[in-house]
Design a protein around this ligand. Structure first.
Ligand SMILES: Nc1ncnc2c1ncn2[C@@H]1O[C@H](COP(=O)(O)OP(=O)(O)O)[C@@H](O)[C@H]1O
Ligand SMILES: [Mg+2]
Length: 255
């Protein structure tokens, strides 16, 4: 379980997180929504100690990671997989070597075991047999899936997704949505995703949390969020749907 308590973070004196309190339960997928530039990615980076807050706590399995130095963070980080925006693959490496990278970097596994784990990860994301390809040979959707394979290859307990469907057409976005659900159900990963794609949020979230002005403004199941009487929530979820080419207007109550 991850418990975030009174988390505050500023950059150059301007506050981004103004006191975030939130819990992420084991096995669930939480989606964080909110305005662009509102601090969603910043919040995600605090969960695994990539950023340090001014005040507050982040409890990961009952250990407050905020005071930990890099050396003591290392075993905590191994509990996490990340899918950052843009997938960030190494262009010069094959897909296989990209996915193998975190295993080779952190652990002393034999190459046969590395190969087995990489093949399993590629299979989970539907890229069996594509290991020899270079990132440049992959479509945007395949690159995201490759990034996902790299995120899960270390069998993390927690998976952090930053805008997993952004920039993908609706069909490819939906493939990623299904994969995220599959990872939750098959690997029992606890997921935290940041997105402004409401169709994706409704599909993958057990709970949705809306970050607004540096705090968690609303939390609920997708159905609760859609039915929320809160004008800010309605304005946000409708506003996002209206400007999205991918979701026909009026479609926000589906999925
Ligand atoms: N490393 C950083 N240094 C300075 N400012 C940052 C840094 N990371 C994020 N910010 C600022 O924090 C705010 C929130 O950013 P971000 O979390 O990326 O928003 P989003 O909700 O779109 O993911 C933005 O104003 C951004 O410019
Ligand atoms: Mg962001």
């Amino acid at each position: 379980m991850i418990r975030i308590e009174s988390l505050q973070k500023s950059f150059q004196g301007s506050p981004v997180l103004r006191g975030v309190d939130f819990e992420i339960h084991d096995g669930e997928t939480v989606v964080i929504i909110g305005q662009s530039g509102g601090g969603k990615s910043v919040l995600l980076k605090h969960l695994c100690g990539l950023l340090k807050p001014e005040t507050g706590h982040v409890w990961v399995d009952d250990e407050d990671i905020v005071p930990l130095n890099e050396r003591r963070l290392a075993p905590i980080r191994r509990k996490f997989g990340f899918l950052f925006q843009g997938a960030a693959l190494f262009d010069s490496l094959t897909l296989f070597d990209n996915v193998a990278f975190p295993l080779r970097e952190k652990r002393s596994l034999r190459e046969t075991e590395v190969a087995q784990r990489v093949e399993e990860a590629l299979e989970i994301v539907g890229l069996t047999g594509a290991g020899h390809k270079k990132p440049a040979e992959l479509s945007g959707g395949m690159r995201k899936r490759a990034g996902l394979a790299r995120a899960v290859v270390g069998t993390p307990k927690y998976l952090l997704y930053d805008e997993p469907t952004t920039g993908l057409d609706p069909i490819r976005a939906d493939t990623i949505n299904h994969l995220i659900l599959r990872l939750r159900d098959r690997l029992r990963v606890t997921g935290v995703a940041v997105t402004h794609d409401m169709a994706s949020a409704y599909k993958i979230a057990d709970r949705i949390a809306m970050l607004h002005e540096g705090r968690i403004h609303a939390v609920g199941t997708p159905a609760e969020i859609q039915a929320s009487p809160d004008p800010l929530v309605q304005q946000f979820i409708r506003g996002v749907a209206d400007i999205s080419q991918e979701v026909p207007s009026g479609n926000t109550t589906l999925h």
